[in-house]
Design a protein around this ligand. Structure first.
Ligand SMILES: *Cc1c(COP(=O)(O)O)cnc(C)c1O
Length: 376
């Protein structure tokens, strides 16, 4: 019954690319002519602009959000034998980074409403080997940072914010990624601030941590042929930095557009009891990297299929919690009932900085028509 001409994608990047086309073209051409392609003036300028925007002392570009996590953990001194508490309801890279540095990820349950790490569960999981917590601001929504900070202080834990989905998001007037010991951002193209390829950023107010990140991203050397430690080839390139510099001044407006779309969905879905819409807690400035509802009654997969029939894209973030993925399932025996239920109910709907009203209405109508036919 799809008589609509076009499919509604989960995210449409073309309006922002079209609107900024001339600036993007000028920026990329400037880089091609410059002869500087890796860690040059564009990266330096972007790092300063991002640090100013986020309100941190240091911002360091790197290859990806995953590398930002890995290098953060190493710069914070996390090593084999250490335990790092985190959420299982996240993208795999959060836990992968912990394992890659030789530490053990300890998965704890989430809060039912925000689906972010539950501070009470975090505290219960702390042992004498716990050194850090990796907090994820899932879908652009701040975790309970005051409670987490208080627990971390009492137990001497480092805090790493995985802010890959939360560029521009806030907590009590402070930008996410500026609260913990380090913040890790991703510029994967579909993130709220996305490049034309891979890219990442580490943020910190600790100049020693910043120096270590600088060392690690360039093969463990600051001066050529004086390699001090084993590091990585993990640098941001000039082309991506130039693109990000064009986009950064627009991030607040784009996040506002996402918030407006979310607000509109919430209004239109308010009278649909089998769909639970997302709510932001009052300390959070939610930037809706995803607009994720929960479908009650065991019908999530059926509803996703019916949306697909109506030419509407949706996604399940995340169908399998990280602790249940093959790489961890054999050794991790965590009971995470709130996480398991979330994984069976979540459905992310089309969202973006300039999602047209007519698309929102079409998605809502398609959802509501599923409700009617189920009752019939
Ligand atoms: C995207 C993402 C990452 C990884 O970022 P990449 O740039 O793809 O490496 C890490 N954590 C979360 C929560 C993410 O969404």
């Amino acid at each position: 019954m799809s008589h609509h001409a076009h499919r509604i994608p989960i995210l449409d990047l073309s309006p922002q690319t079209d609107a900024l086309w001339d600036q993007l073209e000028a920026a990329t051409q400037r880089v091609m002519r410059s002869g500087r392609f890796i860690l040059g003036p564009e990266v330096q300028a972007f790092e300063q602009e991002a640090a100013d925007y986020l309100g941190v002392e240091h911002a360091l570009g790197c290859n990806s959000g995953t590398d930002a996590l890995v290098m953060s953990l190493r710069a914070l001194g996390i090593a084999p034998g250490d335990e790092v508490v985190t959420t299982s309801f996240t993208f795999f890279a959060t836990a992968e980074a912990i394992s890659i540095v030789g530490a053990k990820p300890v998965f704890v349950d989430i809060e039912p409403a925000s689906m972010n790490i539950d501070p009470g569960a975090l505290e219960e999981a702390i042992t004498e080997n716990t050194r850090a917590v990796v907090v994820v601001h899932l879908f652009g929504h701040a975790a309970q940072m005051d409670a987490i900070r208080e627990i971390a202080q009492r137990h001497g834990l480092k805090i790493l914010e995985d802010a890959a989905q939360a560029f521009g998001g806030g907590y009590r007037g402070t930008k996410l990624g500026s609260i913990g010991d380090t913040g890790a951002f991703s510029f994967f193209p579909s993130k709220n601030l996305g490049a034309f390829g891979d890219g990442g950023l580490v943020t910190t107010n600790d100049s020693q941590v910043a120096d270590t990140i600088r060392l690690l991203r360039g093969h463990g050397s600051i001066r050529r042929y004086e390699n001090e430690v084993l590091g990585y080839n993990s640098r941001l390139d000039e082309m991506q930095a130039a693109v990000l510099r064009v986009k950064l001044p627009h991030i607040d407006r784009w996040n506002e557009g996402r918030r407006r779309a979310a607000q509109r969905y919430n209004e239109l879905l308010a009278d649909t009891p089998w769909i639970e819409t997302p709510t932001a807690h009052e300390d959070a400035y939610h930037v809706y990297h995803q607009y994720t509802v929960r479908i009650h009654g065991g019908r999530r997969d059926e509803i996703a299929a019916r949306l697909d029939d109506a030419e509407i894209s949706s996604m399940v973030y995340y169908p399998v919690p990280v602790h249940a993925l093959p790489v961890y399932a054999a050794e991790v025996h965590a009971e995470l009932p709130v996480t398991m239920q979330a994984a069976s109910e979540v459905l992310s709907l089309p969202i973006g900085p300039s999602l047209p009203e007519e698309n929102i209405v079409r998605v809502v109508e398609a959802l509501k028509s599923c409700g009617h036919s189920a009752a019939a």
